[in-house]
Design a protein around this ligand. Structure first.
Ligand SMILES: [Mg+2]
Length: 124
């Protein structure tokens, strides 16, 4: 399972993630499903954000382009049929998933307060 980071796994006002998130990640681990973060953020920002979650990630994914998702799929060594991309934004996460030819799941953003550029994307 590939997933966006900001406002999909964690919210800016709770960078450690909720108990619910930690429980779910544990369940995924037990089920043998790898959860990999595909984010447009840079390496440092993501590794800081994921310090307590211990998840593999692809940084500077260039969503809505398929580059980062393709890189993640290659790293996992899986067929695209076995991969799903989860995210809270149509114009980046879902567009990138579609461009990469993987299934996508659009989720509600964790919090409604966004950075200004996210607010513009969400409007469209
Ligand atoms: Mg997001």
């Amino acid at each position: 399972m590939l997933t966006d980071l900001d406002n999909t796994l964690i919210a800016w006002n709770n960078p450690d993630g909720t108990q619910q998130l930690h429980d779910w990640l544990q369940e995924m681990k037990q089920a043998g499903i790898t959860v990999m973060v595909v984010s447009n953020n840079n390496h440092d920002r993501i590794s800081r954000a994921l310090a307590r979650l211990d998840l593999p990630f692809v940084a500077r994914a260039l969503k809505p382009f398929p580059v980062g998702i393709n890189r993640a799929v290659r790293q996992l060594g899986l067929s695209k049929h076995a991969v799903v991309m989860v995210g809270d934004q149509l114009l980046t996460d879902i567009a990138a998933g579609n461009a990469a030819n993987v299934r996508t799941v659009l989720v509600q953003p964790l919090v409604e307060t966004d950075a200004w550029n996210t607010r513009i994307n969400r409007f469209f």
